[in-house]
Design a protein around this ligand. Structure first.
Ligand code: CUA
Length: 193
């Protein structure tokens, strides 16, 4: 009989059996949880491969400046014939093109962006506009801005020695003001000319 354990009604042998059974039960539950999580990691890892979390659209880094959607004249904000607002931008060491982006408030805005050299990313002020920009892939998401005003847009993926200096600006205009500026398929930005 143990000197420290008070005698129990079930006796030492009974309580030990109960403890062993409880330990076995918990060991089984823990192993099951770990096995489930490993299975989840394997399945999602294989399913997503190494792709960015948005849709998987690729773009050739070598020709991104020269042809296709991300040539310089096509960057900035457009108002489509269907009334949809699209912002196209490029991130490179250590700036965004365009440096200043114009968007309307209270309207859905679709961003399409890519990077030319390293992994960059951006977040716009305290909004939920937030993405990584990976060379070779097009990052895209749609959001809307409830408030007008100017927001800062820092790069939020460490991309080299100039990372802290990599900022853009976003001007959120009242919808009427934006619509009066955005005519005739032009690319809008607020970069000073
Ligand atoms: Cu670009 Cu950090």
């Amino acid at each position: 009989m143990s000197a420290t354990m008070p005698p129990s009604g079930h006796g030492d042998h009974g309580s030990e059996a109960v403890a062993v059974a409880a330990e076995r039960r918990w060991a089984f539950i823990v192993v099951a949880i770990i096995a489930f999580m490993v299975l989840l990691m394997v399945v999602t890892g294989l399913h997503w491969a190494a792709m960015p979390p948005s849709r998987v659209e690729t773009v050739d880094v070598r020709t991104v400046h020269l042809q296709g959607e991300f040539v310089e004249s096509n960057l900035g904000t457009t108002l489509g014939a269907d009334g949809k607002v699209t912002v196209r931008l490029i991130a490179q060491q250590y700036s965004f093109i365009p440096q200043c982006i114009v968007v309307p408030a209270e309207m859905p805005v679709t961003f399409r962006g890519t990077a030319t050299d390293a992994i960059h990313g951006f977040v716009i002020g305290r909004t939920n506009a937030n993405t990584m920009l990976v060379p070779g892939f097009v990052a895209t998401f749609t959001t809307s801005f409830p408030r007008t005003g100017e927001q800062l847009m820092p790069c939020h993926e460490y991309c080299g020695t100039g990372h802290e200096a990599m900022w853009g600006r976003v001007q959120v205009l009242p919808p009427e003001e934006f619509l009066s500026k955005a005519r005739s398929g032009e690319r809008l930005s607020c970069v000073p000319r």
